[in-house]
Every structure is written in C-alpha cells, then in structure tokens.
Design a protein around this ligand. Structure first.
Ligand SMILES: Cc1cc2nc3c(=O)[nH]c(=O)nc-3n(C[C@H](O)[C@H](O)[C@H](O)COP(=O)(O)O)c2cc1C
Length: 205
C-alpha cells in the first residue's frame, strides 16, 4: 500500500484530561436556603428536549440536584470567559472537600463573586443568569452514579422553557446561529468560535 503523505502519522499518548472541546454551561441549582449556586461545567449535551449533564461527586451542583430537581442550564457567550474563570476556583460546598482544598475555596454567593445578576425563572426555583444569552429552565429526571475511582453522575434533565437574549432569536422557534458565539472549553483552555481567549487556573500547558 502506498502511504498518503497528506495524512499525518499518529502517536499514542496518555492525556491527563480528555475535555476535547464542548460549550461551557453555568448550571444554577437550588441551595438549602433557596438561593442559587452556580456550577461551571462543560460535560453537557442535548437531544430533543433532554439535556445530559456530567457532574462530579461531592460538588454542590450535584448535592443540590439530588435534593431539588430544579436547575437552569445557562449558556455563556465567549465574552463572559473572565466571569466563568472567576467562578472556576470556587465551590458551594462548606467545608471544601479535602480532595479540592488545595485549589478551591468556598463561596456562598457565586453571583456576587463573579459579578453576575440573578433573574427569577418561570418554571423552576433556581435563578437564571441575566448575562447569559441562552437560559434553559429544566428539571432532573434521573441521576446515575458511575466512575471508578473518580465517581461522577450522569444527570438527565427535561427542558421546560428556553429564554434567549432578544438579538439572538431568529424567530419564535429558532436561535440565529450566526449570532451565537458559545464559550468553548477545550483541554482546559477557553475559545470562542475563533481564536483562543485564555486558560483556566488548573491548566498545565
Ligand atoms: C470551564 C469549566 C468546566 C468544568 N466542567 C465540569 C463538568 O463538566 N463537570 C463537573 O463536575 N465539574 C466541572 N468543572 C469543575 C467544577 O466547576 C468545580 O468542581 C466546582 O468547584 C463545582 O462547584 P460546586 O461545588 O459549587 O458545584 C468545570 C470547571 C470549569 C471552570
């Protein structure tokens, strides 16, 4: 067989992380006192009216969803990456779990910590984030625990209502994709749909 020189050769590597580039979600969930916590996450995908979330065990987001199914899947645009990174070293869990203590600290009010504005939702008790151009009200249908030794949950949510910033709606049924610039988390670095914006505090390269 003649080798096609246009196809690069491959090498086997052992990546420490496999976050291959998905949109960032700012997940709001209901705290015990009725306020909302914000969990930055990127393991999320949609099919019809379901959105599946991957959440680490021991995080406040999963603890809240295990007690109260309400949530909002807020989608930040690329220009909000500094606010997302302001949330990155925080957890709503107090005291901070030992496994996270070296890099994370507790924040009761993550809206204040990141300069974000809560908005009441229509169908759920968790707040929307006003600055996020897409805000999806949803509730948990099932939570399945998996993973060894690092445990995480596969959370299936059902969408109830979708809000978008005025300029983003092409019609009552469509988002204008040319105007939507999601914040992409790729191997711990932030991108828009163009060039790199920066990286998270935990990035090693
Ligand atoms: C951009 C970004 C994406 C992340 N993606 C996820 C994710 O998909 N799932 C997850 O459990 N944690 C993810 N994390 C880590 C959590 O945000 C982190 O554990 C945080 O402390 C959780 O907050 P909480 O304990 O208040 O829920 C991500 C962090 C950042 C900055």
């Amino acid at each position: 067989m003649i080798a096609d020189t246009r196809i690069p050769a491959t090498r086997t590597i052992h990546p420490k992380i496999l976050y291959f580039g998905t949109p960032v979600v700012l997940l709001t969930t209901v705290n015990e006192d009725g306020t909302s916590n914000i969990t930055p996450m990127s393991s999320a995908w949609a099919l019809t009216d379901r959105i599946i979330l991957g959440l680490g065990e021991g995080g406040k987001g999963l603890l809240n969803l295990s007690r109260d199914p309400d949530c909002v899947i807020n989608l930040p645009s690329a220009d909000l990456w500094h606010q997302v990174e302001a949330l990155a070293p925080l957890t709503g869990v107090n005291p901070v779990p030992t496994s996270k203590a070296a890099q994370f600290h507790f924040a009761r009010d993550k809206f204040a910590a990141a300069g974000l504005t809560p908005l009441a939702s229509d169908c759920v008790r968790s707040a929307r984030i006003a600055q996020c151009p897409i805000q999806i009200e949803a509730s948990v249908q099932s939570i399945q625990m998996t993973g060894d030794p690092v445990r995480f949950a596969i959370v299936e949510t059902l969408v109830h209502r979708v809000h978008v910033h005025e300029g983003l709606a092409q019609s009552d049924e469509h988002v204008n994709p040319a105007r939507w610039n999601p914040l992409i988390y790729s191997f711990r670095h932030y991108f828009g749909l163009g060039c790199e914006l920066g990286k998270t505090f935990r990035a090693q390269v």
